[in-house]
Design a protein around this ligand. Structure first.
Ligand SMILES: CC/C=C\C/C=C\C/C=C\CC/C=C/CC(=O)SCCNC(=O)CCNC(=O)[C@H](O)C(C)(C)COP(=O)(O)OP(=O)(O)OC[C@H]1O[C@@H](n2cnc3c(N)ncnc32)[C@H](O)[C@@H]1OP(=O)(O)O
Length: 301
């Protein structure tokens, strides 16, 4: 453990936050992204937004060490940032990525799903639904620059974007591993998988809880490009330029036509979905399975 500003912070979390190791690389990336000295970052504690107003693009970085698990706080901060960008006419696209080394997002924060009250589970699930609906239906072009492992809910975030670029590293696995934890992906995650990789591939991956290494993720169509780790963000920005070459109104109407039926399945039954989640996660057998999985993760660490 390292001590910083009176807080006990795991040393590996500090290393992952990238602040110490990647200062020079960050400056280079900012230059490549066109972030001039006068352009100010904004965001919140767990979500860093690097705007490039000239390009109409903002890079949105998850920075919730150690693994960007989707805590209630991270979900809330991400929704607020996305809403702000969606409502700001300066921006036409976002690149969603991680500020941590080696992990894009570990998916749902399992500590939010264990030993809490039904009211807490309901609040948490509503926040997750909110994030998914906002990202999935955003009028902005969204490109996921997946620079680390992206299991389960992390994969859902990527699938909600318009385009996915994955780092070519053995640790950068992506997929719906829920069944391996003894839990079930929500139907809207299943729908996203089916829309992206087709019914048969989704069925296999969801049942088997497959975490795909980069080459397999590309083969099955879960991601659109696999590139060396140090080219993920620049490739995402190049992809963004291709998407931004299309007039917004035509692209947005087309996106809505493609995605609204899927989103509506949840939007029209949000409260029933919340209740279904609360009763599922409150079961003793599910609590036991999640607890055991969390303990295994901690022992491994
Ligand atoms: C019939 C059906 C009816 C109704 C259904 C209705 C609704 C559906 C119901 C339920 C759906 C629930 C959906 C869930 C989706 C999810 O996202 S579940 C989460 C799945 N995530 C994972 O399995 C990832 C687990 N983590 C990892 O594999 C690794 O941590 C990772 C590869 C991301 C990084 O590895 P590494 O760099 O080695 O880090 P560590 O493993 O050492 O981890 C560091 C610390 O972080 C803690 N941690 C890791 N992941 C999580 C997490 N997801 N939540 C909370 N905490 C996490 C880990 O314990 C370490 O903690 P420590 O430092 O030791 O205290």
């Amino acid at each position: 453990m390292a001590l910083m500003a009176g807080l006990r912070v795991p040393a590996r979390a500090l290393l992952r936050s990238g602040c110490w190791l990647r200062g020079a690389a960050l400056a280079g990336a900012e230059a490549a992204a066109g972030l001039g000295a006068g352009v100010r970052r904004f965001g919140s504690q767990r979500v860093l937004v690097e705007p490039d107003p000239a390009a109409g693009v903002a890079v949105v970085k998850l920075k919730s060490p150690p693994v960007n698990s989707l805590s209630l706080e991270l979900l809330t901060e991400l929704v607020i940032s996305l809403e702000k960008l969606d409502n700001d006419k300066t921006f036409r696209g976002i690149v969603l990525t991680s500020d941590l080394c080696g992990v894009f997002s570990a998916g749902l924060d399992l500590t939010e799903l264990c030993g809490r009250s039904p009211a807490h589970y309901a609040e948490y699930w509503r926040a997750l639904q909110e994030l998914w609906l906002r990202l999935y239906l955003s009028g902005l072009v969204s490109v996921a620059a997946v620079n680390g492992a992206s299991p389960a809910g992390g994969c859902l975030l990527c699938l909600s974007c318009d385009y996915r670029v994955l780092a070519d590293s053995p640790s950068c696995v992506i997929g719906p591993n829920e069944t391996r934890l003894g839990i079930v992906a929500p139907f809207w995650f299943k729908d996203c998988m089916v829309n992206t990789v087709g019914h048969r591939a989704a069925e296999q991956a969801l049942q088997l809880g497959t975490l795909f290494p980069p080459a397999e993720a590309l083969r099955v169509g879960l991601v659109d490009q696999v590139v060396p780790e140090d080219q993920v963000q620049s490739t995402a920005l190049a992809a963004m330029a291709r998407w931004l070459a299309i007039p917004d109104h035509a692209r947005q109407l087309t996106k809505s036509m493609m995605r609204k039926p899927t989103a509506d399945r949840l939007a029209k039954h949000r409260e029933a979905d919340v209740q279904s989640f609360v009763s599922f996660v409150s079961r003793d057998s599910i609590q036991k399975a999640l607890q055991t999985y969390l303990e295994k993760l901690k022992q491994k660490g």
